[in-house]
Design a protein around this ligand. Structure first.
Ligand code: SAH
Length: 346
């Protein structure tokens, strides 16, 4: 009978050390292997050159190293790179490298598909297939870091969890991945350069606050009026704005880390003065800033970006009320790599 081999990257360093002791070897081999797996992103035991051939064969008999494969890479006119990433079971997710003059940002996926059903998002049509494992999230970051060094001559500087999926519905794995990304034994990146973006799951926001996480929080708000928000983000019926507000206040109290609201203005949906006023009021609940993001059409005509006048109105009213607001242009639209366009067209 073929022995089922375990994915070695599911083991903690302690478990790896224990494994070696149980094999009659020394615990520190566990540290060596751990370093190969994470810091050096080894994809085979063969390449672990400081281990004896015998040890490498023994590992190969017991474990596999599951890893992602960049299946297809597309480059946009503006430098943005979109990767179709193949997982060990053949499923595909997408990750995006977004370059600016001074930064390279990785936009990574946390789930295959998504369990939420935001009406304006292409990923929502895929439904959720499964959660990504910590190593599958970590690997997306590693591959974008490599692309950044190769094409832009600098390391990756920032990470946003704004790819496919709802990170807070895959909370444990996202946190484990971030732990590896920020640890010296992984990529050693500062958590201040990481942003987790959520549609707003109150219970999980509170949990994050309790765990005193150091990364940034972005909330895809899009409307501060329940009725409107529920019509475009139906799960708002289950997690209404009042609960979200309470969770965000708790978040700020515990972390002292200001919140970013992601916000798209659509024609006929949230483009009136009443909508902005509701947003202003919502922003007062906890220190925050607003990113007005451009709508990226997902070819169904149901949603249209609001007029420039409406966006200027938002900007003016927010500024008059002392709220920081930025208007963000989309990147990578020509290759369907922009927010909300990730849907495995390939
Ligand atoms: N589920 C998480 C992260 C993925 S979505 C969240 O909701 O935050 C990443 C961002 O893209 C969110 O702010 C989302 O609201 C936005 N988005 C989704 N579809 C979009 C579209 N078609 N155009 C512009 N932004 C979109």
């Amino acid at each position: 009978m073929v022995k089922h081999k375990k994915d070695i990257r599911a083991l903690t360093k302690e478990q790896l050390r224990d494994f070696f002791t149980s094999e009659g070897d020394q615990a520190f081999r566990g540290n060596q292997v751990y370093e190969w797996l994470w810091q050096k992103s080894a994809h085979s035991f063969d390449g672990m050159t400081n281990l004896s051939k015998q040890t490498r064969e023994m590992l190969d008999k017991n474990f596999v190293i599951n890893h992602i494969e960049v299946d297809q890479m597309q480059r946009s006119n503006d430098g943005t790179i979109k990767n179709a990433v193949k997982l060990h079971d053949g499923l595909i997710v997408e990750s995006v490298l977004i370059p600016t003059e001074t930064r390279t940002t990785a936009c990574v996926s946390s789930q295959v598909g998504c369990s939420l059903d935001c009406k304006f998002c292409a990923t929502a049509r895929l439904k959720r297939m499964r959660n990504l494992n910590p190593d599958e999230i970590y690997d997306q970051v590693v591959s974008i870091d490599r692309q950044s060094r190769l094409y832009f001559d600098r390391p990756l500087s920032n990470i946003v969890f704004m790819g496919m999926g709802e990170p807070l519905m895959n909370y444990n794995n996202v946190l484990k991945a971030i732990e590896k990304i920020t640890s010296k034994e992984g990529l050693g990146m500062s958590p201040k350069r990481i942003t987790v973006s959520t549609s707003g799951v109150p219970k999980m926001i509170k949990k994050m606050a309790d765990e005193a996480v150091k990364f940034n929080l972005a909330v895809s708000l899009h409307s501060a009026i329940d009725e409107t928000r529920t019509s475009i983000m139906p799960f708002n019926a289950t997690f209404p704005l009042h609960d979200l507000r309470e969770a965000l206040q708790y978040w700020y109290q515990k972390t002292k880390n200001r919140i970013t609201y992601e916000y798209v203005v659509w024609q006929g949906i949230n483009d009136t003065k009443k909508d902005v006023e509701a947003l202003v009021k919502f922003c007062r609940f906890a220190p925050s800033k607003v990113n007005l993001i451009e709508y990226n059409p997902i070819d169904d005509g149901q949603f249209q970006q609001a007029s420039d006048a409406a966006i200027t109105m938002y900007q003016n009213i927010l500024e008059e009320n002392g709220i920081t607001v930025t208007v963000r242009r989309s990147r990578g639209k020509d290759i369907d790599a922009a927010c909300g366009q990730l849907a495995n067209k390939s």
